[in-house]
Write a protein that binds this ligand. Structure first.
Ligand SMILES: *Cc1c(COP(=O)(O)O)cnc(C)c1O
Length: 421
C-alpha cells in the first residue's frame, strides 16, 4: 500500500496534488511520500517484534538525507556500502552504533573513517579485507566489530544482475569455508567477531530462497559456537521484493518474512538485523514526467516524455517494469490506446515500456512512474547533460524540495579547462 492515490480524478501524493508540485518544481522529478516510508519501516519493525532486532535501512535504495532523517527518527539503523553513504548517514544524524558497513570493496580510508566515526559492525566479505580492517583497528588501538558475509549458494530466483547468493557471485565467502575463515578472524587481535551476515539478492518474490539461506545460517551458528565463537548477531540482509506490476501476484509480506525468520532462527537467541532497501523505498516514490510529443511510427505510437533513462535507469538496465499512469485519471469508458513510452536520450535503450496500453495522452500531460522510489534517483546520471532531476518529499499536506534541480551552469562549470586551452 502506498499514498499515491487518485482523488476526484487527480493523482495525489498524500494530501498534495501531484500536478501542483509539477507546476512549482517543473518536470521531471521524483516525489516521495513520508507516510509510505514510515509505514514500510514499521511493517518490518513489527514483523520482528518479540525478538531483539534492528532494521537497518539499505540506504543505497534512496539516500536523500531527508529520507534518512525520516527513518532514523523511527529508530532505523542504516546499511551503508561506501564511504560516501557513511558520511551521508552521519550527516543525517544517524549515530555510528546504528550504521552497518557492507560491500565487497571497502578501502582502507573507508575503514578508517568508520572506525573513527563509530560503527555498529563491518560485514566482511573476504580474508584480505579482514586483514586490512584488523590492521587499521590496531593502528587506532580499537577492536573492530565484524560479521563475515557468507555466500550460502542458494538461487534467489531473481534477475541475474541482482542475485548475489550463488557461488559464482562476487559476494561473501563460500559457506563451506566459513569455519576456516572464522578461525582466522578470531586470531586477529584487532577484530571482534560478533556474528554472521548473509544477503542473497534483491527483488525476491518468494520466501523459499530466504528460508534455505537462513537454515544454513542457523546450522553455521551452531557449528561456529561449538568452535568457540560468540555468535550473537545475525544480519540477514535485505532483498524482499515489491509488486511492480499491480496485476501480478504479490510477493510475501514483511509479516510473513518475519515469521519465517523467527521460525528458522528464533531458537538461537541472536540479535537479528535486517537490511531492507527496496521494500521500504520502492513504493514510497514516483517519478513524474511530462509528455513532449506523441509521434506516429510506422506500426506504433511513441509517447516521448521529458524523463529519460538517465533519470530512471531500471527499465534499460534490468528490463524492469514500472506501471505508468496519467496524473489526470482517465475518464471511465474512454477508449485506451497503446504506446511505446520513450525518453529523449539518443539510445534505443531509452525505452520505458513497449506496447503499453493506457489512457490517451497529449503533449503537456503529466504521467507518473509508480514504484520508482528505490534505485531511481540514486542511480541517475547526467548523461546527455541532463541535470539530475529534483527530489520532493511530501508530508501530509506539505511538500519540500529535498534536492533541487541544478542549473545548466552548475552542471557545466564542474568541468575545469586546463591552462593550455
Ligand atoms: C542492496 C543490499 C541490500 C538491500 O537490498 P533490497 O533488495 O533493496 O532490500 C541489503 N544488504 C546488502 C548487503 C545489499 O547490498
Amino acid at each position: 500500500m502506498d499514498h499515491f492515490l487518485y482523488r476526484d480524478g487527480a493523482l495525489f501524493a498524500e494530501d498534495v496534488p501531484v500536478a501542483e508540485i509539477a507546476a512549482q518544481v517543473g518536470t521531471p522529478f521524483y516525489c516521495y511520500s513520508t507516510a509510505t516510508f514510515e509505514r514500510h519501516f514499521r511493517l518490518f519493525d513489527e514483523a520482528l517484534e518479540g525478538t531483539d532486532h534492528l532494521v537497518c535501512y539499505a540506504m543505497k535504495a534512496a539516500s536523500n538525507q531527508a529520507i534518512l532523517k525520516t527513518l532514523a527518527a523511527l529508530g532505523a539503523g542504516m546499511d551503508v556500502v561506501s564511504g560516501g553513504e557513511y558520511a551521508r548517514a552521519k550527516a543525517a544524524g544517524v549515530p555510528g552504533d546504528r550504521i552497518v558497513f557492507s560491500g565487497v570493496g571497502k578501502t582502507r580510508e573507508e575503514i578508517h573513517t568508520a572506525l573513527t566515526g563509530g560503527i555498529r559492525q563491518f560485514n566482511v566479505e573476504s580474508e584480505p579485507e579482514m586483514e586490512v580492517i584488523n590492521a587499521v583497528a590496531l593502528e587506532l588501538g580499537v577492536k573492530a566489530p565484524i560479521t563475515v558475509r557468507v555466500n550460502p549458494d542458494v538461487d534467489a530466483k531473481t534477475h541475474a544482475k541482482i542475485a548475489t547468493g550463488k557461488s559464482e557471485n562476487k559476494f561473501g565467502i563460500p559457506i563451506s569455508r566459513a569455519r576456516e575463515v572464522y578461525a582466522h578472524a578470531a586470531s586477529l587481535p584487532g577484530l571482534e567477531v560478533i556474528g554472521i551476515d548473509v544477503h542473497i539478492g534483491s527483488q525476491l518474490t518468494q520466501l523459499e530462497p530466504f528460508r534455505l539461506a537462513y537454515q544454513k545460517v542457523a546450522e553455521l551458528t551452531e557449528t561456529l559456537r561449538a568452535d568457540g565463537h560468540d555468535i550473537r548477531r545475525l544480519d540477514l540482509g535485505g532483498g524482499l521484493g515489491i509488486p511492480y506490476e499491480r496485476s501480478n501476484d504479490a510477493p510475501p509480506l514483511p509479516v510473513e518474512y518475519g515469521a519465517m525468520v523467527k521460525e528458522t532462527l528464533g531458537h538461537l537467541n541472536c540479535e537479528i538485523e535486517i537490511e531492507p532497501g527496496r521494500l521500504i523505498a520502492g513504493n514510497a516514490g514516483i517519478m513524474v514526467s511530462k509528455v513532449i510529443y506523441v509521434k506516429e511510427g510506422e506500426d506504433r505510437q511513441f509517447m516521448i516524455i521529458d524523463g529519460a533513462m538517465n533519470d530512471l535507469i531500471r527499465p534499460a538496465m534490468y528490463e524492469a517494469h514500472h506501471d505508468i499512469i496519467p496524473v489526470v485519471e482517465a475518464t471511465p469508458g474512454e477508449e485506451p490506446t497503446t504506446y511505446d513510452i520513450v525518453g529523449p536520450v539518443c539510445e534505443s535503450g531509452d525505452t520505458f515500456a513497449k506496447g503499453r496500453t493506457m489512457a490517451e495522452v497529449k503533449p503537456d500531460d503529466l504521467v507518473a512512474f509508480r514504484s520508482a522510489g528505490a534505485y531511481g534517483a540514486v542511480m541517475a546520471s547526467e548523461y546527455n547533460t541532463r541535470p539530475l532531476i529534483p527530489e520532493v518529499l511530501v508530508h501530509g499536506d506539505q511538500f519540500a524540495v529535498i534536492r533541487r534541480r541544478p542549473t545548466f551552469e552548475e552542471v557545466i562549470n564542474r568541468d575545469t579547462i586546463p591552462e593550455w586551452l
